[in-house]
Unconditional design. Structure first.
Length: 294
């Protein structure tokens, strides 16, 4: 019997791709900066140098061979900052007073069981997992390793004895999608249940190609084409507002709080970098010199 361990739960948490990585900026592609790159140097008005690195929340080995520039930037920084630290209490992943058996029809439940097995999740855990989180895990390709890119950077920072910080606390991070109604969350899950594994793999490869090229503009253009086409327009609009607009504002403020007087390596989903509402432009507006590290 396959068991859903804390390690595999963390893999699911950090490996949010189609509904997280491609939740890119809610503006047309023409408004996205033409600059490319995943690693950015941040020079604060104080003269302190920090780094911003766009991640892909995946365990695919093709993204886990970090360049010397990325490793050097991490080494040169005093602190490592990621979107949120791993939750200490795994109960945050689960519904407390109901299960999917109470919410889905028999055909949908059958599909959930098949996907739970595909993703090495225990049946009982899948039945209790919050629908929005289950949707995110189920929209991934077949698991390859328990070590998502964010987790690998986290581990490297620990090995280098860096101070570890979160841009958001656990309640903020999970509260965004927890705030959606149960029906909204089920809409997200049902959209994923309708997709074939072939379609998921195809979309993943499209995103991966754009990511490996450092093409944040291309990632932004994939936004409405992929996730936007899966969900009702009104729900998609609200999701983009919560997951990008509101978070980017909060993240930019917290990066400034750390990078103003110290040196920090910030690892955040690549979708947060591009466009007028993205972190690059927000930091520039705050007086930072931001340049791509080639």
């Amino acid at each position: 019997m396959r068991i859903l361990t804390l390690k595999s739960l963390l893999r699911g948490f950090f490996s949010i791709v189609v509904l997280s990585l491609i939740l890119t900026a809610p503006f047309p592609a023409t408004a996205v900066s033409a600059e490319t790159g995943l690693l950015w140097k941040l020079e604060a008005p104080s003269g302190k140098v920090s780094y911003l690195f766009g991640t892909m929340h995946s365990d695919d080995p093709r993204i886990n061979d970090f360049s010397p520039a990325v490793l050097q930037a991490l080494q040169d920084s005093e602190a490592f900052m990621m979107e949120t630290l791993p939750p200490s209490d795994p109960s945050i992943y689960f519904m407390q007073n109901e299960t999917l058996r109470d919410l889905l029809n028999p055909k949908e439940l059958e599909q959930v069981l098949k996907l739970a097995d595909f993703h090495a999740m225990h049946t009982d855990a899948a039945m209790r997992m919050k629908p929005w989180l289950l949707a995110m895990v189920f929209d991934l390709p077949k698991p390859q390793t328990p070590h998502a890119q964010d987790v690998q950077l986290f581990s490297k920072a620990q090995d280098m004895s860096k101070e570890i910080l979160g841009l958001e606390d656990t309640e903020e991070h999970f509260g965004m999608l927890d705030s959606f109604s149960r029906e909204d969350q089920l809409t997200m899950l049902r959209a994923v249940l309708k997709r074939s594994q072939k379609d998921k793999q195809r979309d993943f490869e499209t995103l991966l190609k754009a990511y490996l090229a450092g093409d944040t503009a291309k990632i932004a253009m994939l936004d409405d084409k992929l996730t936007g086409s899966m969900l009702p327009k009104e729900l998609w609009t609200r999701m983009r507002t919560k997951l990008l607009d509101e978070r980017n504002e909060r993240m930019a403020e917290r990066i400034q709080a750390e990078a103003g007087d110290g040196s920090v390596f910030v690892a955040v989903g690549a979708s947060h970098l591009a466009g007028k509402g993205g972190l690059i432009e927000r930091l520039r507006s705050a007086g930072y010199q931001v340049s791509a590290v080639k």
